[in-house]
Design a binder for this molecule. Structure first.
Ligand code: ATP
Ligand code: MG
Ligand code: FE
Length: 363
């Protein structure tokens, strides 16, 4: 089926078009630049930017794919989780298109779409930083590690259309959010992820030891008797530890070793993310893992995930980076899976749900 996907959950306006598992176009407009001076995404600005960007992005996507709205078999839209006002723009646009063209509409879970994108047979996986896609179908017991500005989660997917389980997640800040907050603290600007990633290469990650949240035995338990946060993360204590560390250098009148702090912070984040993700896979007999989300661009996260997966006999897949960050193609990809599985469309009666649970693949 030819499926049009719409994404507007955060600061990217995305329209993607797929035919089954073939990617025809992935068109994205980002309002990131407009948030820079605030040091983070401002929901009201993001919503207004979606309003401005939607129609031009849709036109461009249809042009690039060489199709018209009449050719489309189904429309898919992110209905959650995400920023309520931002989601509302995409959902209203999708409903309007569905009503005007009389096409079936699917309300899609953004997080599950980050996994569904792994099915797309897009050209240039390796060149654009990704590994090969899954061919034909996803493995029947797939782990997905999603790390972005809004989410840090480990999922188990037994069926992309109806069996998705949340194994663990952050209990406070998302990893990308922690990068952005620490970068601000170090005076590195927004978005903080790429800046810290780059600076960390010149620093000594062992110069300072920052805490790995929720790793004490009382939280971890054992595989047989898991503790309350065995597969969960917490990054707010780490952020505080970095702030204290910077204060101490300043109180002593010393220069802050910014590169060392960046490297040590990054090591703490990446170490605890990868160790818990691999643990969750091992405990659940998962031997295939997909890494997604904007922080998948992080060089150290990719390196350590690869290393630790290899050591545990887990095959790692990383979609090309433009498909890891928020985009419409992933929404279209999951929509196509739902159409092919014969899942009923959502109709136009649904509302966006900013905290849509990952167990709800489609509303
Ligand atoms: P969502 O959480 O809804 O998926 P988002 O817009 O918050 O959306 P993305 O667009 O997927 O997330 O990713 C943006 C985040 O990724 C920012 O927090 C940014 O700092 C982080 N990031 C980008 N590149 C890197 C990098 N090289 N290292 C670490 N973090 C990075
Ligand atoms: Mg974004
Ligand atoms: Fe996302």
């Amino acid at each position: 089926p030819l499926v049009l996907g719409i994404e507007s959950s955060c600061d990217e306006t995305g329209v993607g078009i797929v035919r089954g598992t073939a990617l025809l176009t992935n068109t994205v407009a980002s309002s990131m630049e407009e948030h820079v001076r605030f040091g983070g995404v401002i929901p009201e600005i993001a919503s207004r930017a979606h309003l401005d960007a939607f129609v031009p992005t849709l036109r461009k996507a249809l042009d690039e794919a060489g199709v018209t709205l009449a050719d489309i078999d189904a429309i898919a839209v992110t209905s959650g989780p995400g920023l309520a006002g931002a989601l509302m723009v995409g959902v209203c646009a999708a409903k309007a298109l569905a009503l005007a063209t009389d096409k079936p509409l699917y309300a899609i879970n953004h997080l599950v779409a980050h996994v569904g994108v792994g099915l797309l047979q897009s050209a240039g996986g390796a060149e654009s930083g990704g590994t090969a896609a899954f061919t034909g179908a996803l493995p029947g017991n797939l782990g997905a590690l999603l790390v972005s500005g809004g989410h840090t989660e480990i999922l188990r997917i037994r069926s992309i259309t109806n069996d998705v389980e949340l194994l663990g997640s952050t209990i406070d800040d998302a990893a990308g959010e922690a990068y952005d907050k620490v970068a601000r603290l170090l005076g590195l600007g927004y978005p903080g992820g790429p800046a810290i990633d780059k600076l960390a290469r010149t620093g000594n990650a062992r110069a300072i030891r920052f805490p790995r949240g929720l790793t004490q035995p009382k939280y971890m338990g054992t595989a047989e008797e898991p503790g309350p946060h065995r597969y969960d993360w917490s990054f707010s204590g780490l952020k505080t530890a970095v702030a204290r560390c910077v204060e101490q250098f300043e109180a002593r009148g010393e220069d802050v070793p910014v590169a060392d702090v960046a490297a040590a912070f990054q090591e703490a984040v990446v170490d605890v993310i990868t160790s818990k993700a691999v643990l969750a896979c091992r405990d659940h007999g998962i031997t295939e893992l997909l890494l997604g989300g904007g922080v998948a661009a992080n060089s150290r996260l990719r390196q350590l995930t690869e290393q630790r997966c290899r050591a545990s006999g887990i095959r790692l897949t990383v979609p090309p980076l433009p498909l890891c960050t928020d985009n419409g193609a992933m929404v279209a990809a999951l929509g196509a899976q739902l159409v092919m599985a014969g899942v009923e469309p959502s109709g136009t009666g649904f509302a966006p749900d900013s905290s849509m649970p990952v167990t709800t693949v489609s509303a």
